[in-house]
Write a protein that binds this ligand. Structure first.
Ligand code: DOR
Length: 465
């Protein structure tokens, strides 16, 4: 017999450990995993000695910007960044226009993705409209998302209509989402407290990017800690499966650890900026708003890193948040006017692999945090999230020895810049396979519009195959 593709002699990160194997695909699925050299021939053979095979990354938190903000990013650019970065499934966030707060808007958005997405996708629907929650849940989504923040001083990215923070409103939405069985992702934020903190800065005339960074990190991260404390208590009251976004303080890690020890249905993500960007004040001085999302003081970043290593912080998702330079520039003078967030879809695997090369992380933990655990938390497993027979053939082959200095010229995002420019990384994706198609081929992009498919729960009734 001849397989479609045989990957020969890869050092594969499998669920039961790391082994040198051949990986054979037939159609969209992994057909066999054998000892190296033991697989029958393939119509296509990929020589993978020296390469590490990881499950294709599942990014549960990416701001794709379509519809409505395609001047910042579009599905084509997202697909290319994913292929180049080893991401095979990228799940969109709801701060788009019109936002997926209603079944009608979500249907339109899913249709747009069905026509144009290059990689597998889904949409985290907004959970603000109580009556829409049951209908949204029937569209094969993986999770709901609520922002507790509505921006002051700018109209994006946290626009009115998709944010809410009153405890009673959160409580009602949690109960409604609990009834669907899906997880609820929440961007924690204590808006009332932030209103007071911002006023202190503004009253002193402090508005630049430094003031903005300090305000969000004020009093050792108090707005994050109080928001998460409330959310965890409401989770206990409602039983909803709560997934906390943007983990960035020591106390949040401690609260998470305690909640998990008590057996509560809680999980959390961390974003690349927490470990490799916002944790160094020098980056903020150098890049201003281009380095923000948020300033994360080193003691917080280290605590989150420890929590990430031991699995308390379950997954890494990008929070890929591209904005144009002209939307960032105002931040030098007024941090509240700059659109907040940084792009990272293309490079986060290399940032992780650089830490593997430095002995700070294991390949096993990288595979778990970027693919297996996201797939398990959001119901994609065992169809996705691991290199196993019968699963989708979503595989990234990386060359752990390859080094590169990231530059703006490498950037495939429409925004055209990266806060990681100048960074030396070690470990680069060379091949990316999505459902048996090679979408990054020896470093060359081979994505095509419309190949992506909605990645639905493995137990979903709305299966698309
Ligand atoms: O910094 C951020 N940017 N945080 C968010 O929650 C949204 C994101 C964006 O969409 O730009």
């Amino acid at each position: 017999m001849t397989h479609d593709i045989v990957i020969r002699g890869a050092k594969a990160v499998l669920e039961d450990g790391i082994r040198i194997v051949d990986i054979a695909t037939d159609g969209e699925r992994i057909a066999a995993i054998t000892d190296a050299g033991a697989a029958p021939s393939g119509h296509r053979e990929i020589k993978a000695d020296g390469l590490v095979a990881l499950p294709g990354l599942i990014d549960m938190h990416s701001h794709h910007r379509e519809p409505g903000f395609s001047h910042k990013e579009d599905l084509g650019a997202i697909g290319r960044q994913c292929a180049a970065g080893g991401v095979t499934t990228s799940v969109a966030m709801p701060n788009v226009s019109p936002p997926p707060t209603t079944a009608k808007n979500l249907d339109d958005m899913l249709e747009l993705y069905r026509e144009r997405s290059m990689v597998d996708y889904n949409v985290n629907a907004s959970g603000v409209e109580l009556d829409e929650i049951p209908k949204l849940a029937e569209r094969g989504i993986l999770a709901f998302k609520i922002f507790m923040v509505v921006d002051t001083g700018r109209s994006y990215p946290h626009m009115p209509g998709i944010g809410l923070h009153k405890h009673g409103e959160l409580y009602e939405r949690m109960k409604a989402v609990k009834a669907t069985g899906l997880p609820l992702m929440i961007h924690p934020h204590d808006q009332a407290l932030m209103d007071a903190i911002e006023r202190e800065y503004w009253d002193r005339g402090e508005r630049d990017f430094r003031a903005y960074a300090r305000a969000y990190a004020h009093d050792d991260g108090v707005i994050w800690d109080t928001a998460v404390a409330v959310l965890l208590r409401l989770q206990e009251a409602t039983g909803v499966r709560l997934h906390l976004l943007h983990t960035q303080t020591r106390r949040v890690v401690e609260m998470l650890r305690a909640a998990k020890a008590a057996g509560r249905a809680v999980s959390a993500e961390v974003n690349p900026w927490c470990f490799w960007l916002g944790n160094d004040w020098a980056n903020i001085e150098r890049l201003g708003s281009y380095a923000l999302s948020y300033y994360v003081a080193p003691h917080h970043s280290e605590a989150v890193y420890a929590g990430f290593r031991d699995g308390t912080v379950d997954i890494m998702a990008t929070d890929h948040a591209p904005h144009l330079r002209e939307e960032k520039e105002p931040g030098w003078k007024d941090g509240w006017k700059a659109h907040t967030g940084t792009p990272s879809e293309q490079f986060y695997l290399s940032l992780l692999l650089t830490d593997v090369a430095a002995g700070k992380l294991s390949y096993e933990r990288v595979a778990e945090a970027t693919a297996t655990t996201p797939a398990k938390l959001f119901g994609l497993y065992p169809r996705k999230g691991a290199i196993r027979v019968g699963a989708d053939a979503d595989v990234v082959l990386v060359d752990p020895a390859k080094r590169r200095t990231i530059t703006d010229a490498d950037v495939l995002s429409k925004c055209g810049w990266t806060p990681y420019a100048g960074r030396d990384v070690r470990g680069l994706p060379v091949y990316t396979l999505l459902r048996g198609e090679v979408i990054l081929d020896d470093g060359a992009l081979a994505v095509r519009e419309g190949y992506g498919r909605q990645a639905v729960r493995a137990d979903a009734r709305v299966l698309t195959t």
